[in-house]
Design a protein around this ligand. Sequence first.
Ligand SMILES: [Zn+2]
Length: 376
Amino acid sequence: MSDVLDLTRDLIARASVTPYDGDCQAMLGQRLLAADFRCEHMHFGDVDNLWAVHGGEGPTLVLLGHTDVVPPGPREAWASDPFRPEIRDGVLYGRGAADMKGSVAAFVIALERFVAKHPDHPGRVALLLTSDEEGDAVDGVRRVAEVFRQRGERLDWCITGEPSSMTKLGDLLRVGRRGTLSATLTVRGVQGHVAYPDKARNPIHQAMPALSELAARRWDEGYETFPPTSLQISNIHAGTGANNVIPGELEVLFNLRFNPSWSAARLEQECEAVLQGHGLEYSVRWHRGGEPFYTPEGPLRAAAREVLGQYCGAAPEESTGGGTSDARFIAPLGAQCIEIGPVNASIHKVDEHVSVADLEALPDLYQALIERMLLS
Ligand SMILES: [Zn+2]
């Protein structure tokens, strides 16, 4: 059995449902320590983070990943135990196989091989792991990035191992992600009898035109390869259940996915201008999930395109689609960020899996990228 398959199976067997790490990082830290890395374990609350570095002066290339997984759901729904890795017909099954214990194992093996082959390489190679990617993402990379900012830690390039591929390993290179901003809006009216509307103020009637305006707005036409910014209302609640009572309050949840033509702060202002323009009596709680990031054409993107073309047989599609990832916390430190990982068709589902052939190609692919960035 190959090293990467072995290590991925070991990681899957360590049940690490977010935000718990299941001792994955302790084991990986031991391996990297043996490979001459300097390892720092950062614990915040229930969350484990590992920062492992090799090398001295010069630019820093970071490999970024997570050891936590989403809950498997009912055991009966799975063909085999989600935490007992099993290979069937050249495919490895288990929770985290694709998202993203396979990439984490491939990172570690690529790093071990790279430093064994080039012990005095220029620059620094590093691995950053968290156990808080799938959950709140508060005590994970977000907190580590604050520590880095205080220390003045220099990060130049970052490769996230999130499963980015669509149908074939390396068919997609992620070069950016949209930002995300959530709101909990409360519109206040005056409760009353529906037969006496003049003695009440209906928050549903008052909110509807404002919500229509927000939902219908064309925020922009897109940005480079980013789709247009979009606002989606996800929940509306008002009313007592009785059909003769005008409710006193309306609550709405909405979320914006936005491209780099906006910041969260500017979107908040724009939305509130609409609410105020309609004369609503309201309060709103904003949650800034992450600013967008974008890695324009440059050395990292060019190297990734070349390596993927070479290892996967065709140039990848370069995309900024999908949800968010922890790269949103690393990009603001000044690092160029890209994401390359296995096929994502089964992630977060039952019978999550990764092809053994793809898994076995990953360490070479990551190692080639590290060499391209630090040695040339
Ligand atoms: Zn993931």
